[in-house]
Write a protein that binds this ligand. Sequence first.
Ligand SMILES: Nc1ncnc2c1ncn2[C@@H]1O[C@H](COP(=O)(O)OP(=O)(O)OP(=O)(O)O)[C@@H](O)[C@H]1O
Length: 243
Amino acid sequence: MIELREASVVVPAPEGDAMILHPTSLVLAERRISIIGGNGSGKSTLARLCNGLIEPTTGSVLVAAGADPVPGVRAERSRLDTARDGAAVRRLVGFVFTDASAQLIMPTVAEDLMLSLRRLHPKRAERRAAAEAALARFGLEHLAERSVHTLSGGQKQLLAIATVLATDPAVLVADEPTTLLDLRNARSVGELLMSLPQQVILVTHDLDLAARAERTLVVADGRVVFDGEPDAAVSHYRELVRA
Ligand SMILES: Nc1ncnc2c1ncn2[C@@H]1O[C@H](COP(=O)(O)OP(=O)(O)OP(=O)(O)O)[C@@H](O)[C@H]1O
């Protein structure tokens, strides 16, 4: 569960500071939440606030710590603050980017997964076994020794998601994960995201996918202008575009 309390984001701009997210309060507890809206409306800003990639300029963003102890955080604290507990928050809230290439940094597929597992499995042999299990879960085991540069866009996005999920975050935030994919790959990544046990917060321009969430936020001009049932949210967004 993620809570925004009057969280705003202000960035420096040539003509003075610009508020790209107006003070926003939300409790994000549903298992499937989608975020839709026009280009530049503030969707990525909202998504990045959820795992501390961006810190709020004012207000705060809190993440439920879950039942397991979080390294570096005192046990009695049930809420983590993205500004104060950044590293712990990023372990609880995984983030998938639009362009998976930006996320894949090691030469081979298996090494990339092993990199994300180094904290969870300090011993190399265990790390290798965990990486192989994670690849098998996503049907990528045959690619283990391939260079990440030779993967197709769909394979890269699946690997990026596998890499983030390998450390078992409680929440997955995905920022337009299907935008660069063809129809078949977009469908399979969409299906995967909808089938995960984790809470998923999905920014997307795919309105059919967005409508499969339990709750949809519509963002316009740095504000959440609709928050509720997905079909009604999509209608609201279509009305905004027509206006
Ligand atoms: N660091 C920054 N400095 C200045 N302006 C920024 C910065 N980050 C975002 N913006 C601006 O804030 C606005 C919202 O950006 P954001 O990336 O959140 O939009 P978005 O809804 O995700 O757009 P898209 O659908 O095009 O990805 C845009 O006008 C963007 O140019």
